[in-house]
Design a protein around this ligand. Structure first.
Ligand SMILES: Nc1ncnc2c1ncn2[C@@H]1O[C@H](COP(=O)(O)OP(=O)(O)O)[C@@H](O)[C@H]1O
Ligand SMILES: *[C@@H]1O[C@H](CO)[C@@H](O)[C@H](O)[C@H]1NC(C)=O
Ligand SMILES: *[C@@H]1O[C@H](CO)[C@@H](O)[C@H](O)[C@H]1NC(C)=O
Length: 270
């Protein structure tokens, strides 16, 4: 019994049970279909894979913390249905306390229908570059885009000209990228791909550069725009247009302040 005047202390096992990370957030069941493209409204298309996954931002964070060794608890509510039962089982398997996880008959467990089409591209910009970049970054990138100095760090080669950039690009391609792009400042860029493994130099307009800060980001942003919205353009055409946009950005001061808007650019780019 505690001496009088001392606050009551929790018993030792209660202290041990307290979670260090408590997440209040969602548990969602992901219904994931992999398809060659997204269906149009009302259209039925064939997918090539389907799986059910455990998702929801709250639960994802909780699972990551738990897997790193944190004592975790999630405060959430799922439906009294099979998805809800499975989710609670998943939390237990990840050693997450379900003491405050509730089930209700009034609503269904949250579900997210996710369609991942084969055309979603990953554009990777290895900035700042490190020589021992995890090799998976190469194989997982559809487009690997870096500047001269990053190419030098990654390959150990000197990159000062389009010819040298072509050699470095080949080394990067051999590490497993689908497409490599090396930007070369006023000289534009060099590219090659698994489909066309011969380096191609894509020059840009000669302009009076005012401030080249952020030109590479302008270029990468433009390229991502074309990959997402104009996937039918040839890679060469996307790179010509990205060069054009980045070259506009070097003619004004600042970084984001120099990035042009669609309304400021020739219609032919869209
Ligand atoms: N002096 C310049 N004149 C014209 N275009 C430029 C100039 N500098 C950069 N650019 C454009 O910006 C792109 C990216 O520039 P770069 O200097 O290679 O990237 P970073 O900003 O990463 O160093 C180039 O491919 C080119 O299209
Ligand atoms: C390339 O990008 C890096 C940022 O990762 C930057 O520090 C470097 O100055 C750039 N190189 C050139 C040649 O512009
Ligand atoms: C892109 O090309 C495909 C097949 O080549 C065609 O079916 C589709 O309509 C084109 N999309 C656009 C936006 O031009």
């Amino acid at each position: 019994m505690a001496a009088s005047g001392e606050p009551a202390r929790p018993r030792q096992e209660e202290v041990a049970a307290a979670a260090a990370v408590v997440v209040v957030g969602s548990c969602m069941t992901d219904l994931v279909s992999l398809t060659p493209r997204l269906p149009k409204t009302g259209e039925t298309i064939h997918g090539h894979k389907f799986f059910i996954g455990f998702g929801g931002k709250g639960a994802n964070q909780c699972v990551q913390a738990a897997r790193l060794g944190a004592k975790t608890s999630i405060v959430c509510k799922v439906g009294k249905d099979s998805f809800g039962n499975d989710y609670i089982e998943n939390l237990k398997q990840n050693h997450i306390s379900t003491e405050f996880t509730y089930q209700t008959r009034d609503a269904a467990t949250g579900a997210a229908s996710i369609i991942v089409d084969d055309e979603v591209k990953t554009l990777f910009n290895p900035a700042p570059a490190i020589a021992d970049l995890d090799p998976r970054f190469y194989t997982l990138s559809s487009v690997f885009c870096c500047n001269e100095s990053e190419a030098e760090i990654l390959t150990g080669l000197v990159v000062n000209s389009p010819t040298e950039a072509g050699k470095a690009a080949l080394v990067l391609l051999e590490r497993g990228c689908q497409v490599v792009v090396i930007t070369l400042g006023a000289s534009g860029c060099v590219t090659l791909s698994q489909a066309e493994p011969v380096p191609k130099h894509i020059p840009t307009e000669a302009v009076k550069a005012v401030d080249t800060t952020g030109a590479g980001d302008s270029f990468v942003g433009a390229l991502a725009f074309y990959l997402a919205y104009y996937p039918n353009l040839s890679l060469e055409e996307m790179l010509k247009r990205s060069n054009f946009i980045a070259t506009v950005s070097v003619q004004a001061a600042g970084t984001q302040s120099s990035y042009p808007y669609k309304r400021d650019l020739p219609l032919a780019l869209f």
